[in-house]
Ligand binder design. Structure first.
Ligand SMILES: [Zn+2]
Length: 288
């Protein structure tokens, strides 16, 4: 990507120096032992319980400390700020035609773990978007993991990760996220997972829409960039991840889509460049 000397977004909140807001940090050793005991007795995942405890605590504890805002000075931080700025330019241009204005989201950089309005996030669960505070949370060490563990290096692979999360913000602004989660509460787990897959594939396609405009409108893209992104989309497909972690594949438990699906929806966005090309909800299951 030709990202040097580009505009850097001011919507960055750098919490990397604040230290980890680790799971259990607020409840002490006794609390952790209690959680482990309850988890043992009830058969609940201890991490889920810890998250719950933390979420409950969040109500009474002061709001999370926020780090400095504005573009960071380190190379990787600046890169993230440039990509974020370019998604702002793209969606600011695309949203008014859809009768919405684009409210710019914040990108929170953190190390290891972070408090969000959606509860605790950690580097282990990967980057995420929290609709309640309209922020994207990213531990930049995920880019290393993408390159080493998933075999998907390259700056556009990294940009795709950010643009995918911004895609979830766009879904939030368009009211899609709300409609999906309302529906998910009414259906079986299997159907809820299928809805999650459609949501994630749409975020992939929206990431592609950004890539299209980054290339056409601002000449940010170099030859080979899109291939890096497509390789990354394929590397984090549910079938690939399940195969790596458990050795077999269970399509009914997918929440993000297969490697093929993720790649083809990202490609569709990259080629078409308009959000309307990303209606994953109107496609039949086999056409996904
Ligand atoms: Zn996602």
């Amino acid at each position: 990507m030709r990202w040097g000397s580009r505009r850097e977004s001011i919507n960055i909140e750098d919490r990397r120096r604040l230290g980890p807001a680790g799971a259990g940090a607020g409840i002490g050793l006794g609390g952790i032992l209690l959680v482990l005991l309850v988890s043992f007795l009830t058969g609940t995942n201890p991490l889920a319980l810890l998250n719950l405890v933390e979420t409950v605590q969040d109500v009474s504890s002061p709001p999370p400390a926020s780090g400095p805002t504005g573009p960071p000075s380190d190379e990787l931080g600046r890169f993230a700020a440039v990509v974020l700025a370019d998604t702002e330019d793209t969606w600011r241009q695309l949203m008014p035609a859809r009768d919405k204005s684009y409210e710019e989201p914040r990108l929170v950089l953190f190390t290891r773990s972070v408090r969000s309005a959606c509860g605790l996030g950690s580097a282990a669960t990967g980057p995420f978007y929290c609709p309640s505070d309209a922020k994207v949370y990213l531990d930049l060490s995920f880019f290393d993991e993408l390159a080493r563990r998933f075999g998907a290096p390259g700056d556009f692979a990294q940009a795709y990760v950010i643009a995918h999360e911004i895609g979830h913000h766009v879904q939030n602004l368009l009211g899609i996220a709300d409609r999906v989660s309302r529906r998910q509460r009414q259906v079986s787990e299997r159907e809820a997972n299928a809805l999650s897959v459609r949501t994630e594939l749409q975020a992939d396609c929206f990431a592609g829409v950004w890539g299209y405009h980054a290339r056409r409108d601002r000449n940010l893209i170099e030859p080979g960039d899109f291939e890096e992104g497509l390789r990354a989309a394929s590397a984090i497909g549910d079938d690939r991840l399940q195969h790596l972690s458990q050795g077999y594949v269970q399509p009914e438990s997918w929440t993000h889509g297969s490697s093929d699906q993720r790649q083809s929806w990202l490609r569709r966005g990259l080629e078409r460049g308009e959000p309307e090309a990303c209606n994953t909800f109107s496609e039949s299951e086999t056409a996904l």
